[in-house]
Design a binder for this molecule. Structure first.
Ligand SMILES: [Zn+2]
Ligand SMILES: [Zn+2]
Length: 567
């Protein structure tokens, strides 16, 4: 730049202004799978790399973001910065690390969870370059300066991020709330958000999750107060279901167990993993005699047991589900024991969770949740008053809402406009925004966006999923035809089905379809060339499907096998 162009009041021509592109690869237009790319001056910074979970039962473990855009910019990626250790922010790191060999920064707690996950994916220890980030400690990624800021959230060591760039300072809240009394003392660093705000903030990204909820999300201290009487004077065992990653809640429950002289039992793999990692990094200082193994529980009076269990979303193999069915191998409940759901229900899971509660009730348990006792859970995400306060603290010139469905993003955007933020845009996954020191706009550009379904770490091909959906809806039929060397059937065809008809009741239908296949193949004139097996299978498949479809009014998947017999 020429010196003259930097005089105050001078306006640079737009083309020479630095410009930063915002490319959401996940998490905008949905709640989950957060992954945001920022591109400036030929460098790419990625913020968070999470997964989302399927709502259907097609054998999918998780979805991770489509990395196609990053693949096209692989030489420009300078690093991945993680805000906190929730799955929707770190779950896709192994898939990312398989493709891109770049340094990763994050809070120690998140990095330990990532290390654990990388190990499960077959990475050698230290194969990935992991760097601990600390609140208020600046570090560089390429030409960008980053600085984490402590935020309160339903996990240990959550952070927001300050990104100082040539277009100005950008603040990303991460997932946050303004808990005045978190059990681990990790308050949102409002002073620092305000200080950065006074420096001048060009752009704020803020958590939209709870934009529909008035007031404030409430404190973890409320959970402790609500749980105490539910545990203290209760004669039976108490089982608390929760998200194991909620380290603050684990602390609350540890203190509760000590205060009520109960032994603590950990039920479920994720509870063990999260407790181990929280203890390793000094976030849980439980005395060694507090914990007992599930099989020891029988040696203690019922009123001395407090169990922590995972599986509040009624996940099939989880500890709570097994307890509700009385099939847990090491731990059985008795009528009169109390089960407390200290958790929210993820939208979409309500029917399954009500079923789970029903299974406990049927066994004579006393079931509590935020529906019966509102304080047994508080959200980790800011409600409207807290979201408004964040905008007040940061005073951004421009605003892009994140972490929400399109509905959440629009409402949060409207709030920012009402509060006087000059430039507000809403973008979804696959859309691109561009920001300069003077302008923020949505561009015409689109990036490839998809949710990549995986099973045991491997991508499930889309054709496989389509087939599974089809199988689930319409079932499958197998046609077998014996033919001679000229492709003419020799004897009857057979049709076997799964998920199409009751074969005993509809044996007649299947026989008719089989003889139709034989008739069509017998009458078919193939010309001078003899038919291949594939030609014959195609005709058999189409004929069988038409016949079945005509009778049962659904189109099953049909597979045909041609067997050549010597005549
Ligand atoms: Zn989170
Ligand atoms: Zn999140």
């Amino acid at each position: 730049l020429d010196a003259w162009s930097l005089h105050s009041g001078d306006r640079l021509p737009l083309s020479s202004l630095p410009s930063l592109r915002v490319l959401p690869l996940g998490g905008l237009g949905e709640i989950g799978m957060n992954c945001l790319a920022l591109e400036i001056g030929g460098e790419v910074l990625v913020i968070d790399c999470g997964v989302t979970f399927p709502q259907t039962d097609l054998g999918i473990d998780i979805f991770h973001p489509d990395f196609t855009w990053l693949d096209h910019h692989r030489d420009q990626i300078k690093g991945l910065v993680i805000t906190h250790g929730h799955e929707d922010h770190i779950g896709a790191v192994p898939y990312f690390a398989k493709r891109f060999d770049v340094p990763i920064w994050g809070p120690r707690h998140a990095l330990e969870l990532i290390r654990n996950r990388l190990g499960e994916h077959g990475f050698a220890p230290n194969q990935v370059n992991l760097n601990i980030s600390q609140p208020r400690q600046k570090f560089r990624v390429g030409n960008l300066e980053l600085e984490p800021i402590r935020v309160a959230h339903s996990i240990a060591e959550a952070t927001g991020l300050v990104v100082r760039s040539p277009v100005g300072t950008i603040v990303h809240t991460g997932d946050f709330k303004l808990d005045p009394a978190p059990s681990d003392g990790e308050l949102t660093d409002e002073d620092h958000f305000a200080a950065v705000g006074r420096e001048g903030v060009r752009l704020l990204f803020s958590d939209s999750t709870n934009i529909d909820l008035q007031g404030s999300s409430g404190s973890e201290a409320l959970v402790a107060r609500t749980l105490l009487p539910l545990v203290e004077d209760f004669e039976g065992r108490v089982i608390v279901g929760m998200f194991a990653s909620n380290v603050q809640r684990l602390r609350t429950l540890g203190e509760l167990a000590m205060a009520t002289r109960r032994k603590l039992l950990l039920m479920g793999r994720s509870v063990h993993t999260h407790v181990r990692i929280a203890r390793e990094i000094g976030k849980l200082s439980w005395p060694s005699n507090l914990l007992i193994a599930p099989e020891q529980a029988a040696n203690y009076p019922r009123r001395e047991i407090l169990a922590i269990a995972s599986g509040t979303q009624a996940e099939r193999m989880a500890a709570l589900t097994r307890m509700s069915l009385g099939t847990h191998p090491q731990f059985a409940l008795d009528p009169g024991d109390r089960v407390i759901f200290s958790s929210r229900v993820i939208p979409g899971n309500e029917p399954d969770v009500m079923q789970l509660m029903g299974d406990f009730l049927r066994q004579g348990m006393d079931v509590r949740s935020s529906r019966t006792d509102p304080g047994v859970h508080v959200s980790g995400h800011a409600y409207r008053d807290e979201q408004a306060r964040m905008i007040d603290l940061v005073q951004p010139e421009a605003f892009i809402p994140v972490h929400g469905t399109l509905h959440h993003l629009h409402r949060h955007g409207a709030m920012a406009r009402e509060k006087g933020v000059r430039e507000v845009i809403v973008i979804e996954n696959g859309e691109v925004a561009e920001i300069t020191p003077e302008h923020l706009q949505k561009t015409e550009e689109r990036t490839p966006f998809a949710k990549i379904p995986t099973w045991h770490g491997e991508t499930i091909p889309s054709q496989v999923l389509k087939d599974r959906e089809l199988l689930g809806r319409n079932g499958i039929a197998f046609v077998t035809v014996l033919v001679d060397g000229r492709g003419k059937p020799v004897g009857p065809a057979t049709i076997a089905t799964r998920g199409v008809v009751d074969e005993l009741l509809h044996a007649g239908l299947l026989r008719q379809a089989a003889s139709e296949v034989v008739r069509v193949l017998s009458e078919r004139y193939w010309g001078r060339d003899l038919p291949t097996d594939e030609d014959l299978a195609t005709v058999a498949r189409i004929t069988a499907r038409r016949k079945i479809e005509h009778t049962v009014r659904r189109k099953p998947l049909v597979m045909a096998t041609i067997v050549r017999v010597k005549t």
